[in-house]
Design a protein around this ligand. Structure first.
Ligand code: ADP
Ligand code: ZN
Length: 796
C-alpha cells in the first residue's frame, strides 16, 4: 500500500510527511545488533518502570546500529529541559554507559503496558537543530533511506558536536544576600577575595580572583565550599580562532546598473520573496549574463527585511573572486569550505546560528546552515555533480534545499547556463518558474566555436594533443597579448602504460583499472584507490624494455605546450598541482594579473571564472566523457564544453573557442558549439524518454561489494529476488536491471555489483527498495556490504 508513506514530490511541502515510524528506517547491512523487539523481550530489570497514562516520551534515534527510533520516558527533572534537536544519553541494550542519541520528538504516551526506560541525561543546553531542521532530517532519512541518526551527524558538523576550539570555564559570583557582617567574620584572605568580587559587576575566574586579591587559590576553594562563591560554567573559545584573511584576487569592486534582463530576473525573484510562499525559480542565464549580480541584489532585498540567505556553489568555484563579490556587498558573510579547521567551522556555525550572518556561501553541506531567519536559498551552477554527496547519506543539495525552502515558505533560486534536465523539466511541468537571461552583459557576443575534426589527419597534425588550428590560434592569441585556457579533463601524464611487445597494460591489483603514469617522481597511480608504484621501466610480464605511455593527461599536455610555445608562461591547474592550501588562489590571481599566458587543466578551470583577457579556449578532447556507460554522458559533455567555452569573450576584445573532437556530428557537441541549450534538451529528451530515465522517471541504484566475487554476486542475486517480490506485492511497475558488474568492477580489493531500479515515480522506486530491503541482513562474516543510492548521479 503505497499511500501509507507518500514521498513529497517537487513542489509539495515536506510537512505532509507521514509520522515517523520505526519501519521507515532501514538498518544498514553491517548491522548485527539486536532489533528493538529482541532488545526489550528480555525480562525487565526491577528498576524499569511500568508506564501509566500521560507520560512524556522522547523518541530517540542513534547514528550507530541499532538506529531506533525508540521511545524513552522523560524523567520529571528533565521535562522542562529536553527538546527535539537535542542530544541525550539513554540506556540501550545491555550497555553499561548511556548511549548518545538524538531526540526527534516528544509526545504524550498512552501505552500503559509498555516497559520503558528513562532518558539518563541531556547533553546539550540548547537544541542543535530547530524544529524545522529536525523535520528536514526526517525527510532526508526517509527519502534517501538512511538512519536519521546518521543524517543528524551530517547536518551538525563534528566540530560543533565536539565543541571544537572551546573549553569550559568556571566563573564565580558572590552568593545572593551576602552581607558585610558575614564577610567581616571571614579569615582575612577570604575577606579580601569577597570584597574584591562584590565590587565587580561581572563574575570572575579563580585565576583572576587570585591575582586581583593577591592570594593563592586555596581561599577561593574554601569560599566555594561554604557556598559563598557560586560557580557558573560557561563555554568559551579556547584560543583566538584565526579567521583566514579573506581577500579577493584583485578584481575591482563595482556595483552595476542592471541590464533589462537582469532587472526582469531580479523583480521575479523579489516578487517570489515577497509572496511568502515556497517557490522554485530556474534562472537560465548564458555564461556572462551576470547571474551573480542578480543573486546579490536579490539577497540585498532579503537582508533589508532582516532575512538571510544561503548561496551554494560547487567547491571548485568557491574562488577568491566569488567570495570577494559577496564580501564587498554584505557586512557579515560566512564562507564555508573544506579547508577550514574544526575550530573555525564551529565558530562560524555559532555565529550563523546566533543570527549574526547575512549570507552563507559554501558547497553542498552549506544547505544545512542553521540561519534563524532564512529568506532565500540560491544554488549557483545547479547542474554541477558535486551537489550530490557520494557517501552516506547520499543526498542531493538541490533536493534538500527544495525541501527546506518549501517547508519555510521561501524561494529557491537555481542558476545555470546549462541547467540540469531535472531543473528544466520542473519548469515544463509547473514545478518551477523559468527566468531567462539570453544575453551577455554589455552586449557582448557569445564566442565563436570552431570544431576541429580529429579524424582528419591534416588538422590533427603530426602527433601530440594540440591540433594545427589550435596551435595557430594559441600563437595568434599570444601575439595579441591575450590569454588562453586549455581544457583536458584527465590528470596525470599518460593514461595507460602498455607493453608494445605483449600488450600487457599495467593495472591496479585492487581495482583492475589501468594505472596512470605521473612524471613527477615517476609514479604509476590508480586514480580510484591511490595505489602507487614506481613506474616500471620494463614490462612486468615479458620484460620487454620499450614500455609505452599511451593516452593523455594534463602533465603531458603541459610538456607539449611548453615545447610548442617556449616563450609563453604556462601554468597547470588540476588536483595534483592544487593540493596545497592557497595554490588555487595564487594561480588564479597570477592569471588575473596577466602573469600567466596559458592556463591548462582539468574541469577545475571550466567553472565560473571571469577573466576579461581570455581570448581563446581550447578543448583538447571533447569526447572524453561522451562514451561513458551513463545515461547522462551527453549532458555532461554538453555542460563541460558550454561552460569552458563561456570563459572567453568576457571582455571587450571578443573571444573564440576551438573544440577538438572525433565526433563533431554528435548532437551534444553540435548544440554546445551553437550555444543552443534548447536544441540540446530537445534531442536529449528523446533519449531519456526511451527508457523513462530521469527527469522523466526516477532511478535508484544499489551497489553490493565484497572480497569474494561469487559470494558478492550471490548477495546481489538475493537482493534482486527480494526487490522483485516487493514489487509484485506492491503491484508497481518498476524495472529492475541487473545485477551486473558496474564499469568499475573492483575498487580497493572489493568486487562490485550493481543494480538499477527505475520507474516513473520516485515514490514507487523508493517504496520497492524500502520494502525489499527491510530487515535484510548479510552474514557479517562475509564482509559484504550493500548501499542504496537514490537518484544516483554516478553510475561508475
Ligand atoms: P555569469 O555568472 O552569468 O556567467 P557573472 O555573474 O560572472 O556572469 O558576470 C559576468 C561579468 O559581468 C562580471 O565581471 C560582472 O561583474 C559583470 N556584470 C554583471 N552585471 C553587470 C552589469 N549590469 N553591467 C556591467 N557589468 C556587469
Ligand atoms: Zn586501485
Amino acid at each position: 500500500m503505497l499511500s501509507e508513506s507518500p514521498m513529497p514530490k517537487l513542489g509539495e511541502s515536506i510537512l505532509s510527511l507521514p509520522p515517523f515510524t520505526a519501519a521507515s528506517v532501514t538498518a544498514d547491512s553491517s548491522s548485527s545488533e539486536p532489533t528493538q523487539s529482541e532488545l526489550f523481550e528480555t525480562e525487565p530489570p526491577p528498576w524499569e518502570l511500568t508506564v501509566g497514562e500521560d507520560v512524556q516520551l522522547a523518541s530517540i534515534v542513534f547514528s550507530r546500529s541499532p538506529h531506533g527510533p525508540y521511545d524513552y520516558r522523560i524523567p520529571d527533572d528533565l521535562l522542562e529541559v529536553l527538546r527535539p534537536g537535542m542530544r541525550v544519553g539513554v540506556p540501550l541494550g545491555h550497555r553499561k554507559k548511556p548511549t548518545p542519541g538524538w531526540c526527534v520528538s516528544i509526545k504524550t504516551g498512552n501505552a500503559s503496558h509498555q516497559k520503558l526506560r528513562d532518558v539518563a541525561e541531556v547533553i546539550d543546553d540548547e537544541p542543535l537543530c530547530d524544529a524545522a531542521l529536525v523535520r528536514l532530517v526526517m525527510f532526508i532519512a526517509h527519502y534517501y533511506q538512511v538512519p536519521a541518526g546518521q543524517v543528524f551527524d551530517t547536518l551538525i558538523p563534528a566540530s560543533v558536536r565536539d565543541n571544537a576550539g572551546t573549553r569550559k570555564t568556571t566563573y564565580f559570583r558572590p552568593a545572593k544576600g551576602l552581607d558585610e557582617e558575614q564577610i567581616a567574620k571571614l579569615p582575612s584572605k577570604q575577606q579580601s577575595v569577597m570584597r574584591f568580587l562584590v565590587g565587580q559587576d561581572r563574575p570572575m575566574t579563580a585565576a583572576e580572583l587570585a591575582i586581583m586579591a593577591e592570594c593563592t587559590e586555596d581561599p577561593i576553594r574554601r569560599l566555594r565550599k561554604k557556598e559563598l562563591l557560586v560557580p557558573e560554567v560557561r563555554r568559551e573559545l579556547s584560543q583566538n580562532i584565526r579567521i583566514r584573511a579573506q581577500h579577493n584576487d584583485g578584481e575591482r569592486k563595482q556595483s552595476h546598473e542592471l541590464t533589462v534582463q537582469q532587472e526582469n530576473a531580479l523583480s521575479r525573484i523579489n516578487a517570489a520573496v515577497d509572496s511568502g510562499r515556497g517557490r522554485t525559480l530556474l534562472l537560465h542565464g548564458v555564461t556572462g549574463s551576470g547571474k551573480t549580480e542578480v543573486y546579490i541584489q536579490a539577497i540585498e532585498h532579503v537582508v533589508k527585511q532582516a532575512g538571510s540567505a544561503i548561496v551554494l556553489v560547487p567547491e571548485i568555484s568557491l574562488t577568491p573572486q566569488t567570495r570577494g563579490r559577496f564580501e564587498d556587498r554584505f557586512e557579515n558573510v560566512a564562507v564555508l569550505h573544506s579547508q577550514m579547521s574544526a575550530a573555525e567551522r564551529h565558530f562560524h556555525w555559532q555565529r550563523i546560528r546566533r543570527g549574526e550572518v547575512q549570507v552563507v556561501i559554501g558547497p553542498r553541506s552549506a544547505v544545512f546552515a542553521p540561519l534563524p531567519n532564512l529568506g532565500l536559498i540560491v544554488i549557483d551552477e545547479e547542474h554541477d555533480t558535486s551537489f550530490k554527496q557520494d557517501k552516506q547519506p547520499r543526498y542531493h543539495a538541490r533536493k534538500v534545499a527544495h525541501a527546506r525552502a518549501m517547508a519555510l515558505g521561501i524561494p529557491l533560486v537555481l542558476g545555470s547556463a546549462t541547467p540540469s534536465l531535472e531543473a528544466w523539466h520542473a519548469t515544463q511541468t509547473g514545478h518551477a518558474e523559468l527566468v531567462t537571461m539570453s544575453e551577455r552583459v554589455g552586449n557582448r557576443p557569445m564566442p565563436d566555436v570552431q570544431l576541429v575534426d580529429l579524424r582528419i589527419k591534416e588538422d590533427r597534425g603530426k602527433g601530440g594533443a594540440i591540433s594545427r588550428p589550435l596551435h595557430a590560434a594559441v600563437l595568434e592569441t599570444l601575439k595579441e597579448k591575450g590569454q588562453a585556457i586549455l581544457l583536458l579533463n584527465r590528470r596525470g601524464y599518460a593514461t595507460t602504460i602498455q607493453c608494445p611487445a605483449c600488450g600487457t597494460v599495467c593495472a591496479c591489483p585492487d581495482c583492475d583499472l589501468p594505472l596512470t603514469h605521473h612524471r613527477d617522481g615517476g609514479k604509476a597511480m590508480c586514480h580510484y584507490c591511490d595505489y602507487t608504484i614506481p613506474t616500471p621501466p620494463w614490462c612486468p610480464a615479458c620484460r620487454f624494455d620499450g614500455i609505452r605511455y599511451g593516452g593523455l593527461g594534463t602533465q603531458k599536455l603541459e610538456m607539449e605546450a611548453k615545447a610548442r610555445f617556449p616563450d609563453a608562461r604556462i601554468a597547470r591547474m588540476d588536483s595534483d598541482t592544487m593540493k596545497r592550501a592557497g595554490s588555487h588562489q595564487r594561480v588564479l590571481s597570477e592569471f588575473r594579473a596577466g602573469e600567466i599566458d596559458v592556463l591548462l587543466g582539468t574541469q577545475m578551470i571550466a567553472k565560473g571564472l571571469d577573466f576579461p583577457n581570455v581570448l581563446l579556449v581550447g578543448v583538447i578532447n571533447a569526447d572524453s566523457a561522451l562514451h561513458f556507460p551513463d545515461f547522462r554522458a551527453a549532458e555532461r559533455t554538453f555542460q563541460l564544453v558550454t561552460q569552458v567555452a563561456g570563459r572567453t569573450g568576457r571582455g571587450n576584445r571578443g573571444g573564440r573557442v576551438i573544440v577538438q573532437t572525433f565526433t563533431p556530428e554528435h548532437p551534444a557537441i553540435q548544440a554546445a558549439a551553437r550555444h543552443d541549450y534548447l536544441k540540446f534538451v530537445e534531442d536529449e529528451m528523446v533519449n531519456r524518454k526511451k527508457f523513462n530515465y530521469p527527469p522523466l522517471g526516477s532511478v535508484a541504484r544499489i551497489i553490493i561489494r565484497g572480497p569474494l566475487e561469487d559470494k558478492t554476486e550471490a548477495v546481489a542475486d538475493a537482493i534482486v529476488d527480494r526487490l522483485e517480490k516487493a514489487r509484485d506485492l506492491l503491484k508497481s511497475e518498476v524495472r529492475i536491471l541487473g545485477p551486473a558488474p558496474p564499469p568499475i568492477v573492483k575498487i580497493s580489493g572489493k568486487y562490485r555489483f550493481h543494480l538499477l531500479l527505475q520507474a516513473t515515480e520516485a515514490a514507487v522506486v523508493g517504496e520497492v527498495v524500502r520494502r525489499g530491503l527491510a530487515d535484510f541482513k548479510v552474514d557479517p562474516k562475509e564482509e559484504i556490504e550493500y548501499l542504496v543510492d537514490i537518484d544516483p548521479v554516478n553510475l561508475m
